[in-house]
Design a binder for this molecule. Sequence first.
Ligand code: SF4
Length: 212
Amino acid sequence: MSETTSTTEIPIPEELASQIAITSLDKIYNWSRRSSVWPLMFGLACCAIEMICTAASRYDFSRFGMEVMRPSPRQADVMIVSGTVTKKMIPQIVRLYNQMPEPKYVLAMGACASGGGPFKEGYNVVSGVDKHVPVDVYIPGCPPTPQALLHGLIKLQEKIDGQSVLSARWYQRGTSEAVPVPLLGPDLVDPRDYPDFAEKLKAQQERESTPA
Ligand code: SF4
């Protein structure tokens, strides 16, 4: 066990000091989680090449226990959204996010995933994956370097360190909710906007039925 997992607040007899570590449940639990964050194996565009480089031998994120990229969302802890998020792709991204078990995290890697990037005004591009799934860490750059991605992953570890089993949303009963999967038709429709549509339709019908 590393020194950072133990605390010196509770005195340990000198003869047992090398054999006993006293720590909190949060600290040992988060230490194990942050040391085995498995990413979901998928990429969307050019940023994915940098993500692949980060996994290769020069940068090697297996040093952080992250080398086991999972082809199934059911075995993944973090979704690295690496690339341009198109309207055609976002339903699949949300579906994959919903299939990941909690606790789960999302990294928006690069300008495209964070806010649309150079294609922000494009007819087919979502201006940020956070419009649909909650993002924990944003990594700037076009593309971000492998060092930047590693920095983002370290920031995610710091976030995990700060969570408590008593207060984190994952551990509260009845707080787990799937994100409604957007529908792609002539344009993208977010089911969460339905009440807004109903209001607008009602207002329009009232306008049309009012004599001029
Ligand atoms: S941020 Fe830049 S490098 Fe990354 S997917 Fe968008 S255009 Fe490509």
